[in-house]
Design a protein around this ligand. Sequence first.
Ligand code: ATP
Length: 299
Amino acid sequence: MSITVRAAAKINLHLGVGRVREDGFHPLDTVYQAIGIHDDLTLTDAADLTLRTQVADHIDPAAVPEGSDNIVLRAARLLADHAGVGAAGAFEVRKDIPVAGGMAGGSADAAAALVAYDRLRDLRTPDEDLLALAARLGSDIPFSLVGGTARGVGRGEVVTPVEDLGSWWWVAVPSAEGLSTPVVYRHFDELRPDAPEVPASAEPLLAALASGEPVRLARALHNDLQEPAIDLRPELGDLIARGEAEGALRGMVSGSGPTVVFLCESADGAHETALGLAGAGHEVVLTATGPVAGAHVLA
Ligand code: ATP
């Protein structure tokens, strides 16, 4: 028997980051959106726990860890322990989400692994347990389970769906080389020692989402990690300017970067912006709509 689960990339429409706490974490007020760039994970019955990955052309296979460093196997082990069963099964992951790109590709895979393992083994884990296990694995993983558009507070792991009246068009431009999330946060600490204890509120962004108007959403997009990401990779600032010159309403670093996402007025606007960026020499330009579903079983 086997099962396939699809999980989506996320972007942060609002990422308010507060001053680092003594435990090393940053308080966040964020709004996530799941967009139509996916990894698909298939789990097949097997005696041992194994993993194979296949990557899209735009992903460097060497960037995806094998064996127990891969978050898929950590997720399976965690859920198996929780359920008191042995961890076994053959995982195959087909990756399309850029790696170390600020789009939570690893988190998507972990969420997919939890859902696949739960369903294939018929564990019937309650949703709140799955969400708690997800939060133990990583701050973005509860959102990867929930999908859609949702606000995340705490470290981003306390997730509540929000009203979103739009169907938004995005263009995403990954970089050949990833950027480490902890490095970007450390640089945020250096640049913003005066960061407020309470992160910038997502409320204005929520009002824009509820309006369904792309121009309003474009004005409300906010990412406190953009400044440190651009300081580390100045070319990201040029990329944002270029996409906006090609017709995007607004460009923004996605999460901790280095992927840059552009909000566009419409499908035509997204295709024009994507063509313009491809013409400007960007080899990988992805177009996606959001919001889309969280980790779910494919029929
Ligand atoms: P986030 O936005 O949540 O900070 P990200 O998109 O920047 O994440 P990921 O693609 O999740 O980054 O990868 C971060 C690191 O996690 C990678 O550099 C890789 O070493 C490790 N990793 C472990 N498992 C996976 C996986 N299944 N897919 C991708 N990366 C993985």
